[in-house]
Write a protein that binds this ligand. Sequence first.
Ligand SMILES: Nc1nc2c(ncn2[C@@H]2O[C@H](COP(=O)(O)OP(=O)(O)OP(=O)(O)O)[C@@H](O)[C@H]2O)c(=O)[nH]1
Ligand SMILES: [Mg+2]
Length: 350
Amino acid sequence: MELTTDSQEFLESERIEAVMKMARPNVTVIGVGGAGSNIVSWIKQRGIAGGKLVAANTDAAHLTITKADRRLLIGEKSTHGQGAGGYPERGARAAVESLEEMKKETAGSNIVFICAGLGGGTGTGASQVFAKELAHPGRLTIGVVTLPFSVERFRYENAKEGLKKLREYCDTVVAIDNSKLAKVAGDLPLQQALGVANELVGQFVKGITETITTASLINIDYADLRAIMEKKGLAAIGVGESQGPDRVESAVRTAIEGQLLDIKDVTKSRGVLVHVSGGSDITLEEVTRAGELVTKSLPPYVRIVWGARVEPQMSGHARVMVVLTGVESTFLSQQSYRLSLGPLKVGPRL
Ligand SMILES: Nc1nc2c(ncn2[C@@H]2O[C@H](COP(=O)(O)OP(=O)(O)OP(=O)(O)O)[C@@H](O)[C@H]2O)c(=O)[nH]1
Ligand SMILES: [Mg+2]
């Protein structure tokens, strides 16, 4: 029996559909520790198309108020659901204890985001173990972390060590320095500033995931993301939001000028990802201009990938995220502040 053109077309579209399903990246977002869980809760409340949300914490009480697709109490035997008390070694041990469970949760994922606030015990210690043990060649592992506020000086050393390890194990670690949040958030009380950090990380993870997994104004595909993120070390992010006729230009400028991590030299970036979102009124021309503006401000050999999404609730607005990968940060070379009592005076022995 001969197939009619219609039925051939039908079979072909079925086949394309099946291949598309197979090719669609499978994304898992892991939030580790208190801050990581809060970030996952933020994303869960807004919804994320095409990504699974896993919260992992040693703190049972905090898990009960966390919103996620899966909540894992890690290190139950060693921490008894009581948290890691600021000790990264305890966080690391907890992750080792619960590694098999986490491996099951991430099986089949080709993009894994690991979100945490560095400086405490669970987020700092467990994220390193997960990054190291969950990485494999067919998978992109992206850390998204916040660095402590400058008032949390005593957590600096933990955070610095944690960031170094994560940079080694992840393909890319996007770091946001909490101290620089004032730039986007203004002077806010600590709790609210943390909320802004959660939102920033949440928007980043949600934006990238949805631009890859669902049809967008301009798609970013898995190969693009790989080209920018694979084995690139540290990344800085800048965000800008604006409205009015020049909304895209002004959002791009804010995003480039206001990097949320002190980096040594913007022009030394190895790759750049530009992500634009706006209401249904946003035009392709505006988005193209955003790409051109970024291109102009960086040397020609820096690879640029960009994507755009329409978010109906953003009518009249444009939001631009610029991610610079392969950068060096002053945070890692910064001296930590130690409590110094000066040289010890040795008095006469009585
Ligand atoms: N982005 C963000 N950062 C936070 C939040 N809460 C705390 N932080 C930051 O993250 C660091 C680590 O805090 P937590 O995440 O509470 O610590 P933890 O990983 O749970 O570690 P332990 O409680 O010691 O097991 C802090 O020093 C803060 O800088 C939050 O809700 N969001
Ligand atoms: Mg905690």
